[in-house]
Design a protein around this ligand. Structure first.
Ligand SMILES: Cc1ncc(COP(=O)(O)O)c(C=O)c1O
Length: 470
């Protein structure tokens, strides 16, 4: 296959999760290649401006171009570019760990630092397994199974990938790892149990956890893991009571409760952490993405003192780590980034502007039958698009992608996956930007004949001659 060129440079880059042929046919078009970022906006090579409606990969919480973060990185590189955390430490890693303990619920006391969300969760799973293997109670030693929500996205490495339970993952990479089990997701709009809406449903989705534990034998289960709001699967946002019920079931059967806040952490849902007020606190908390606003790779896995203590006897240390665990530059930037989130009250902003945006979207829904459901919290909002509300027939992923392309033409980058159009804008956006987002969606989701023709014309103008324009 001939190597294409982007502005004269041979394109040898193999992009993640990307259909390369289609992508390369569009490299000079729209937001395919981003050259610059500023606050809530990103710009392509021709200088066209886009609202960064899903914060690049849900991570650029404080927006682009923050001089404080540039300075934190530069001065840390001057002082100490690298030192490892293997039988060593350095001040920024120590300070970041202390800060994370300080700002989380009070339930955690120990912090493992990593480079990305997959590593944070992989760490949690290995920690849970080693924890039980080292139990003084011999009956705990066979606890190795991990239960998750079907369709969960906890990352790409084999352990975390095996949590998804998706046939598509097994088809491509199978066999996935043994010992990974799933319960159906708490997807109220399309209840997997065909129950009446909450509370009449009795939270069958949460009680499914206990049924599975009993079927498998509690003495074989190490942990249950969830995302407070399932992101990739479609912004699946269960009632609060769901977290209490599954937390209680974990406690009752002696398994660890792991919460993956890689996406929801650091203000995204209008709380600093989505799980901070849960009646039953997780034993392990995974953080990533907005921990550094994407400026550098960074993640963290927080554990309780009870877990940590089990790793203290001779020969029982946590056998895990990677070169960049607790990287000085990444921890320096993470520290400064967390300060910005707190000092600039971005969590309150996410709650307030998120509510404003949500209300406007609910109004939009009244006029646009294509919006089947609106879900999420704070600035993590998903619109499930349907052919019509009565049948709830989902739009195909290519139809939703066409809408995302169309909003991009109008200057808004929206996330699309399956029948979901997602909004995860930077936490710094104000009401004016929220209005702009709603205006663009209003235009794109309008199902009237003239609006559809106008949308087709917009797509044709930009994409004619590419594989995308059919
Ligand atoms: C909830 C959740 N966990 C883990 C990950 C994996 O994070 P990373 O892509 O940084 O490895 C993601 C990424 O989207 C995520 O949304």
């Amino acid at each position: 296959m001939k190597v294409k060129k982007y502005r004269g440079t041979p394109y040898h880059l193999w992009n993640p999760f990307t259909p390369m042929v289609e992508f390369q046919s569009m490299m000079d078009i729209g937001p395919s290649v981003i050259h610059r970022g500023d606050g809530p906006y990103v710009y392509n090579g021709k200088g066209k401006r886009y609202i960064n409606g899903f914060s690049c990969l849900w991570n650029v919480a404080v927006g682009h171009g923050r001089k404080e973060l540039v300075e934190a990185a530069a001065s840390q590189m001057q002082e100490l570019a690298f030192a490892s955390c293997f039988r060593q430490s350095h001040p920024r890693a120590i300070e970041l760990a202390a800060k994370l303990i300080d700002i989380t619920s009070g339930n955690f006391n120990r912090v493992y630092l990593g480079s990305n969300g997959s590593e944070a969760v992989e760490t949690a799973l290995k920690m849970a397994r080693q924890y039980f293997k080292q139990s003084p109670d011999p009956s705990d030693k066979s606890r190795f199974k991990i239960i998750s929500l079907k369709g969960a996205y906890h990352g790409v490495s084999y352990g975390v990938l095996s949590t998804s339970g998706l046939e598509a993952d097994a088809e491509k990479f199978g066999p996935l790892l043994p010992g990974f089990l799933q319960i159906p997701p708490p997807y109220c709009y399309r209840c997997p149990y065909d129950k009446a809406p909450y509370p009449e449903c009795g939270l069958a989705c949460a009680h499914a956890l206990e049924k599975l534990i009993i079927k498998e034998g509690a003495e074989t289960i190490a942990a249950f893991i969830l995302e407070p709001i399932m992101g990739s699967y479609g912004i699946i946002d269960p009632p609060d009571k769901f977290y209490t019920v599954v937390g209680e079931i974990c406690q009752k059967h002696g398994l660890l409760f792991i919460t993956d806040e890689v996406t929801t952490g650091f203000g995204r849902t209008g709380k600093l952490f989505a799980s901070q007020d849960w009646e039953i606190q997780p034993d392990i908390l995974c953080l990533g993405k907005a921990i550094s606003s994407g400026y550098v790779p960074l993640s963290a896995t927080l554990a309780t003192e009870k877990i940590y203590e089990r790793f203290q006897k001779e020969g029982q240390q946590f056998e895990h780590g990677s070169t960049a665990s607790g990287h000085p530059v990444c921890t320096a930037v993470g520290l400064r980034n967390i300060d910005i989130i707190i000092q600039e009250k971005l969590v309150d902003n996410a709650a307030n502007v998120g509510l404003y945006l949500r209300n406007k979207l609910e109004k939009l829904r009244e006029n646009h039958g294509i919006i089947g459901d609106i879900r999420g919290r704070g600035l993590m909002i998903g619109l499930e698009l349907v052919k019509d509300r009565a049948s709830k027939t989902p739009l195909s992923s290519s139809e939703v992608f066409d809408h995302a392309v169309d909003t991009a033409i109008s200057g808004l980058l929206a996330y699309s996956r399956g029948s979901i159009l997602g909004l995860f804008p930077p936490l710094i956006i104000d009401r004016a930007i929220a209005d702009e987002i709603v205006g663009i969606l209003d235009k794109s989701l309008n199902a009237s004949i003239p609006a559809k023709m106008a949308r087709k014309a917009r797509l044709a103008k930009e994409f004619v001659g590419t594989r995308l324009f059919k």
